[in-house]
Ligand binder design. Structure first.
Ligand SMILES: [Zn+2]
Length: 392
């Protein structure tokens, strides 16, 4: 099924329309993260829609533990109805969260882990992960993968060469498992829909390419994953501790080799600068907790760099957060930095909400602007100028 219609390519940057069974998504797109069925910071889905969000991400691991995918399916049909969001939902596979748990046992088939809530032991594998995502009614599902760390501990003082070799084999095993689990994920996914449903009405399944920062392993993973006919392809295992330069190197190498007609998703990235650099290399989709998390900690994004709202310099500042911003906080309510500084420093919940709305709007605005610049072929010139201003 051809789910991505490319409208314009400027350099390597792409503007297109991604079709899911819930409607059209203009790309490049940023997907805010609704971890446990809500955007952190107290922002409602109605407000999310008003600030331009086209698709949100739900976390399989969290929703499986609480309230449970089966509870949602049995009583409400899907996550959309449960949380009252009618646009598309992408669910992760739960792999990333499960692999970051300390107390776990990885086997060839899957992962045994203890819930972070009550310590109860669970097992997650490819089939189970896909089934949870199907129960949640996701429009885009992700295969179950192993996300290896970018660095490993060195308690015995190995030489840097030996340490690198040890990491290489760890990442190689993760690549092999990811390919095996991708096949199992796809089998289970396809079995669920066997001839019952047309491709337009069924959800989509994306494959994930792993391989850390090792060129050889990235290429191996890309070859094996793209050989399977997924609806889209994601780059996983980035933004896990490597430098931005290392990440861009992986993108430089991978993007030209990824299928042109399929959506490309860079998982868990990143800062506004990261998004611009990745779009310029040909990425279409992103998700990240950063704009909402930073808002809750008082770091605000503007078109002229970051603001730390707790700073005393804003105590009597009558200006809005960002003159160029069209969000409810800046453009409609015209709330001053002084008021937001006050709410933030006294710890009012409203500060978190307003600052989250502003940051999420900024990310949507950034994507809309990139898309417009690609469509008019001005992306490259715009990129150099705006990155200079943003990195203040
Ligand atoms: Zn704003």
């Amino acid at each position: 099924m051809n789910n991505l219609k490319l409208e314009k390519v400027s350099g390597a940057a792409r503007a297109g329309v991604l079709k899911t069974r819930r409607g059209e998504i203009k790309t490049p797109v940023f997907m805010p993260v609704a971890t446990r069925g809500a955007i952190k910071g107290g922002v409602s889905f109605e407000e999310m829609e008003n600030l331009g969000a086209q698709i949100v991400l739900g976390n399989t691991y969290h929703l499986f533990l609480r309230p449970g995918d089966e509870l949602i399916q049995k009583n409400f049909g899907d996550l959309h109805t449960f949380m009252h969001w009618n646009k598309s939902i992408l669910t992760d596979s739960g792999g990333f969260q499960v692999f970051s748990i300390k107390n776990k046992k990885i086997t060839d088939d899957g992962v045994f882990f203890n819930s972070h809530i009550d310590g109860k032991r669970f097992f997650l594998d490819a089939e189970k992960s896909i089934q949870i995502q199907l129960n949640l009614g996701a429009d885009i599902l992700m295969v179950f993968d192993e996300c290896p760390p970018s660095k490993i501990a060195n308690p015995t003082g190995l030489s840097s060469e030996k340490l690198e070799r040890k990491l290489f084999f760890k990442v190689l095993r993760a690549v092999e498992k990811t390919t095996d689990w991708a096949r199992k994920s796809k089998d289970h996914f396809e079995k669920s829909f066997a001839s019952k449903i047309s491709p337009k009405e069924r959800p989509q399944l994306f494959g994930i390419i792993q391989g850390g920062c090792f060129s050889e392993l990235r290429q191996k993973s890309l070859k094996e994953i793209t050989a399977m006919d997924f609806d889209g392809f994601a780059l996983g295992g980035l933004a896990v501790g490597e430098s931005a330069i290392e990440m861009y190197k992986v993108l430089d190498e991978m993007c030209p080799m990824m299928p042109e007609e399929k959506p490309r998703y860079l998982m868990g990235v990143g800062t506004p600068e990261n998004l611009i650099e990745a779009v310029s290399r040909g990425i279409d989709m992103f998700d990240c907790v950063l704009p909402a998390r930073n808002a809750r900690h008082g770091t605000i994004y503007t078109w002229t760099g970051k603001i730390r709202i707790a700073n005393a310099r804003y105590k009597e500042d009558k200006k809005v957060l960002n003159e160029a911003c069209g969000c409810v906080v800046c453009a409609d309510k015209k709330l001053s930095r002084a008021y937001l500084h006050h709410l933030f420093t006294v710890g009012e919940d409203l500060a978190k909400k307003y600052l989250t709305i502003h940051n999420l709007y900024f990310y949507q605005d950034l994507m809309r602007t990139m898309r417009a610049k690609i469509l008019t072929n001005e992306f490259e010139n715009w990129k150099d100028e705006v990155i200079k201003k943003l990195s203040v």
